[in-house]
Design a protein around this ligand. Structure first.
Ligand code: ZN
Length: 418
């Protein structure tokens, strides 16, 4: 029969699915309730046709999300009870050997097999749902090329760091996890620098803002906002999707603001300034560094748990691994099951993220105006068909950004105080 640990994890899978589906149903109910006409608060910028399309988009994505969640829950449960993983691990070791490099390769290949199960859903999401609502701009060929590149990147970066972790595990003994954490943290920080420079360009063209009025006005704003390194790049997001976005990457000397080309097409210069000011706000308020520290803390906890589990034969045997199988089974089991625990912490990290969004909005309202930021956000909601009427509990749990209404209310309030 199944071990107590597997039964416990099966219960967690069921609980997570049940709770998450209940939240989705609650949210769908709320969206449907407001679907007959455009709510008063949005009439100033939202026409009935777009609103209806937005409702349909939210409902379709929600239903799809529930099916996807059911599937991934089933896959995880099946993988746990079938003994597939110990079988694959043994096979990998038999074929490639037991060196740190061979174990790292085995671990990555197990990860690749596990990720194949979600591919049909990725395809459906992009080529059926996004296509239907006019967002998909990518071809199937581009999608395949992306997947192959992702795979190559995960091998080039993944094998060395995995090999290092396995080596630390085998060499150091009891305190391996502290060194493992240190190595992984260093790798993460290196990635924050490497990613925008070497990885993002594999997938997208990133170019400096073209010379002209817009560049002058945005750079003036960056000056006023105290964003001294002033790297503002434009990314060709339009080759995959017409969704638009802007984001901040890197830290310290490596900081960069990236604007999607779709954003440049959708917003006027005033609105773009407000969006840029919001991103500068994230930088000035130290959000990036705080988020990095937060995730390092999380990682430390995970390594401590792995340190504990690695001493327990029970943990290995519960999943059907031999107790002397080393680091790979620990890391693999912890990574595929981490979501079962982490899911319940999402409202915490999202609450923190929403706090930062309010702060960045207040910064932007001061540097530009609440009016131009609100106009930018309204346009982006409209263009991206964002859900305007989420259920309160749903947005508290899942939203990394406050809702449009919450943001507008807060930014006009903060402007009054300036
Ligand atoms: Zn933000």
């Amino acid at each position: 029969m199944f071990s107590a640990l597997i039964i416990f994890l099966l219960v967690l899978i069921a609980l997570k699915f049940a709770f998450s589906t209940w939240l989705e149903a609650l949210n769908m109910g709320c969206v449907k309730e407001h679907s007959s006409e455009v709510p008063e608060a949005f009439r100033a910028f939202m026409d009935a046709g777009t609103y209806k399309k937005g409702v349909a988009y939210t409902l379709e994505k929600t239903k799809f999300g529930v099916v996807e969640d059911a599937w991934s829950s089933l896959v995880l449960a099946a993988v746990l009870v079938s003994g597939l993983l110990p079988g694959m691990f043994d096979l990998g070791i038999k074929i490639f050997g037991n060196s740190v490099w061979a174990q790292a390769l085995t671990m990555l290949l197990m990860g690749v097999v596990f990720s194949i199960f979600s591919l049909p859903f990725e395809l459906w999401s992009q080529f059926v749902i996004e296509e239907k609502f006019g967002f998909n701009k990518g071809s199937f060929g581009l999608w395949v090329a992306d997947k192959l590149k992702e795979l190559a990147v995960s091998f080039v970066l993944g094998i060395p760091i995995l090999a290092l972790l396995i080596w630390l595990f085998e060499t150091i003994g009891d305190g391996w996890w502290i060194w493992g954490f240190a190595a992984f943290a260093a790798f993460q920080i290196l990635m924050i620098i490497i990613y925008p420079r070497f990885i993002m360009p594999l997938f997208n063209k990133l170019e400096p803002l073209p010379e002209g009025e817009l560049k002058t006005s945005l750079f003036n704003l960056a000056d006023r906002g105290g964003f001294a390194a002033r790297t503002i790049l434009v990314m060709d997001g339009s080759k995959r999707s017409s969704h638009s976005n802007a984001f901040f990457t890197g830290f310290g000397k490596f900081r960069k603001i990236v604007l999607f080309d779709t954003l440049l097409q959708q917003l006027n210069p005033n609105e773009l300034e407000a969006v840029l000011a919001h991103e500068i706000g994230h930088y000035k308020k130290g959000h990036i560094v705080k988020m990095i520290l937060f995730s390092l803390f999380e990682m430390f906890a995970i390594f401590a748990v792995m340190g504990l589990l690695s001493k327990s034969a029970w943990f290995y045997e519960s999943f059907g691994f031999r107790a002397d199988s080393g680091f790979v089974p620990i890391l693999f089991m912890v990574s595929i099951c981490a979501g079962l625990f982490g899911f319940w912490l999402t409202p915490l990290s999202n609450a923190l993220s929403r706090r930062y969004e309010y702060q960045a909005d207040a910064f932007a309202a001061k540097l530009c105006s609440a009016k131009s930021l609100s106009e930018a956000l309204r346009k982006l909601h409209k263009k991206n068909l964002g859900n305007l009427t989420p259920h309160k509990l749903y947005s508290a749990f899942h939203y990394s950004h406050p809702t449009l209404l919450e943001r507008e209310e807060a930014m006009f309030e903060s402007e009054k105080q300036k």
